[in-house]
Write a protein that binds this ligand. Structure first.
Ligand code: FDA
Length: 390
């Protein structure tokens, strides 16, 4: 039986980062992953340039059944700590938009840094986790048929999104095995899909994008909205998907920050002989203007429209109601909402108090960030919390 101080399940963002902290304590650390390559999600993240954190990351950017849970870990390992680390590794970065920080080079530079930080740990890839048990002194595992034992077990197996590159429900099963509660899980940061009658006007607009304010259940995001063959995507849709529940409608303000009524009245005064669709096309992408003019039966000249009609049209432009029927699911979702219930974990250490030595970090925990580098910041912060406590 091989003896370790710590076994970490998952060589992803959180697992590798935790390994560096844990190994710095001097104990023997093993990181295990069933995938052939470490940190595949880091590799594909941010369009290949890894949006590794966000300048504005704070607890308010995360969803969890307990919104206070993430505070301690986020405060003790911040975006500035991660930037210091990048500085020590001489990795160049830039802000793209809204505080989102990306590598100047490829995501591989982040993976190389994680591997360098974890160099004192042993990493075994293409290794399956066959069995786990607690024997009173620690955890007894069977890894690809070989027995191993560790005082600490860190579960960093991530969520369910993108099963094609290694996602599995192992972390949730381990929590359940040891009697820890798991909240309902669902795909997050995911494109939304629509019933055929809505798709009839949405799908022909595939490729059209505009800045919009999407809101659902009291939360709103001002970012790009993209029409696709399957429904709606783009940053504003991914963001609002975290707050949308089946059966809910979402509201799209197609002219955020503008006064549509004033713009329509000014257009009428300037040249009332223009067709309604032509005027809409001065405010929105032309294909969207044509689709909405058809849907709303906007005919005639602008001069024919009384103020009441322009006000009603302005209201529609500021509050277009959309009723998604579902999402594209884990196949394309960037994250999993829900997970190991924070009620069963210490917010300072990520340890499960009922079973000392058992830790859950990263996406497997019921803490989910917005789009924009927040999910990696949670991976770093929760990994540091556990790694320092081991
Ligand atoms: P992660 O998924 O990184 O690692 C889990 C590891 O566990 C994997 O290596 C997996 O193979 C392994 N594992 C799973 N089941 C196992 C089993 N049964 N046995 C052994 N090993 C197992 N976030 C962000 O902040 N900025 C961004 O730019 C992006 N971009 C992005 C793009 C895409 C396409 C996706 C899908 C996701 C993102 N994300 C993101 C989200 C981000 O990738 C995610 O939140 C973190 O990778 C979570 O880190 P973890 O270490 O918790 O899981």
């Amino acid at each position: 039986m091989e003896q370790f101080d710590t076994i970490i399940l998952g060589a992803g963002a959180a697992g590798l980062f935790c390994a560096g902290f844990a190994a710095a304590k001097g104990g023997r650390v093993l990181v295990v992953d069933h995938a052939r390559r470490a940190a595949e999600k880091v590799r594909i993240s941010g369009g290949g340039r890894c949006n590794f954190t966000n300048l504005h990351a704070g607890p308010e950017n995360f969803l969890s059944a307990n919104p206070h849970f993430a505070k301690s870990a986020l405060a003790r390992y911040t975006q500035w700590d991660f930037l210091d680390l990048l500085g020590r590794h001489r990795i160049g970065w830039h802000e793209k938009t809204l505080g989102q920080l990306f590598c100047d080079g490829k995501s591989q530079t982040i993976i190389d840094m994680l591997l360098a930080e974890a160099r004192a740990a042993e990493i075994r890839l293409a290794t399956t986790v066959d069995e786990i048990a607690h024997d009173g002194t620690g955890f007894r595992l069977t890894l690809s048929g070989r027995p191993a034992h560790a005082r600490h077990l860190v579960v960093a197996t991530g969520g369910k999104s993108i099963p094609k590159i290694g996602a599995s429900g192992l972390g949730y099963r381990i929590a359940e095995q040891f009697g820890l509660p798991v909240t309902d899980t669902r795909p997050g940061l995911v494109p939304l899909t629509f019933a055929p009658q809505e798709l009839d006007w949405i799908a022909p607009l595939a490729g059209t994008a505009l800045e919009a304010r999407l809101s659902a259940n009291g939360t709103a995001f001002d970012e790009a909205l993209l029409f696709t063959h399957r429904g709606l995507s783009g940053p504003s849709v991914l963001q609002i998907s975290n707050y949308w529940r089946e059966g809910d409608a979402i509201t799209a303000d197609l002219l955020p920050g503008r006064d549509a009524f004033a713009a329509l009245r000014a257009a009428r005064q300037e040249n009332g002989r223009r067709q309604m669709q032509t005027v809409l096309a001065t405010l929105l992408p032309a294909r969207l203007a044509a689709a909405l003019a058809g849907r709303w039966s906007l005919t005639g000249n602008l001069a024919d429209q009384p103020d009441t009609a322009l006000a009603a049209l302005a209201d529609r432009l500021h509050a277009l109601t959309l009723k998604p029927t579902g999402s594209e699911g884990y196949r394309t979702a960037e994250v999993t909402l829900g997970g190991v219930d924070t009620a069963g974990l210490s917010s300072k250490t990520m340890e499960a108090p009922p079973l000392p030595g058992l830790f859950f970090i990263g996406e497997v925990v019921d803490v989910t960030g917005w789009l924009g580098g927040y999910n990696f910041q949670w991976a770093w912060a929760s990994a540091a919390a556990a790694g320092r406590a081991i």
